[in-house]
Write a protein that binds this ligand. Structure first.
Ligand code: PEP
Length: 257
């Protein structure tokens, strides 16, 4: 983390978990324990149907609500999809774009990711853009090239003002939901590569200001070490964001003086 130049963001990605009543139970449990978390922004990305209720449940807190996906068009015949404007109007602040599960199961590509980022920004949302390599790609030694390709495609056509509103999440595929975490050094190394790509494309001041998260089996035990890395500005957290005590410990790790 580098609190001098950029915001630390701890974001939960609930994926396809928690009904409305379970969302309420989570909110009731966590709200009294949240504290000020003055050093980081806390975000909960929840399933579409629970967004309006989650916004109401957390309205008196500093927890922002995010979505897990968005379509790139403004309207039209796209059955089952949701626009950025729809999300904005119900109180969404962040939206995850290009999660590896969306890329793997729903055919999301670097080009749809780019279009979705532009749609999200146009509606005033902050995209959390996921990039990351598979185990095969890491073992082949092409992580840096792949990340360069993914980040360049994702951010193509954005200007510096737009870029400042984007969050990048480095999520190695082999670490998502596997219990296998990248070492703090591996996480920092790739977050640093991402920052250097942003520096090259948008300049040093923008690169210094952009929040770059790590995601992939971050949990109550390993969060402090990962977040202590200079280029890791927060976490995108799946499994551990579903349990109040674990999520609170990660938030606490981000707030250590
Ligand atoms: C994720 O889904 O973005 C994620 C990082 O999941 P997990 O923390 O469960 O690995």
């Amino acid at each position: 983390m580098n609190r001098k130049y950029r915001k630390t963001i701890i974001a939960g990605n609930w994926k396809m978990n928690k009904t409305l009543s379970e969302t309420k139970a989570f909110a009731d449990e966590i709200k009294p324990q949240l504290g000020k978390h003055k050093w980081c922004e806390v975000v909960l990305c929840v399933p579409f149907v629970n967004i309006p209720a989650a916004v109401r449940m957390f309205k008196d807190t500093r927890v922002a609500i995010g979505a897990e996906n968005v379509h790139f068009e403004n309207s039209g015949a796209f059955t089952g999809e949701v626009t950025a404007e729809m999300l904005k109007e119900v109180g969404v602040k962040y939206v995850i774009i290009g999660h590896s599960e969306r890329r793997e199961y729903y055919g999301e590509t670097d080009f749809t990711v780019n279009k979705k980022i532009k749609a999200a920004l146009a509606a005033g949302l902050h995209p959390i853009v996921c990039v990351g390599e598979s185990l095969e790609q890491r073992e082949l030694g092409v992580t840096a090239e792949l990340i360069n390709y993914q980040v360049k495609c994702a951010l193509a056509g954005l200007d510096a003002t737009q870029m400042r509103k984007v969050v990048i999440a480095y999520e190695p595929l082999w670490a998502i939901g596997t219990g296998k975490t990248a070492t703090a050094e591996q996480a920092n190394e790739v977050c640093e590569i991402i920052r250097s790509i942003i520096r090259r494309e948008f300049g040093a001041r923008v690169a210094r200001a952009v929040t770059i998260q790590y995601g992939g089996s971050m949990n109550a035990k390993n969060a402090a070490e990962l977040l202590a890395q200079p280029d890791v500005d927060g976490g995108l957290i799946g499994g551990a964001a579903l349990k109040v005590p674990d999520f609170l410990q990660i938030i606490a790790a981000a707030n250590q003086e």
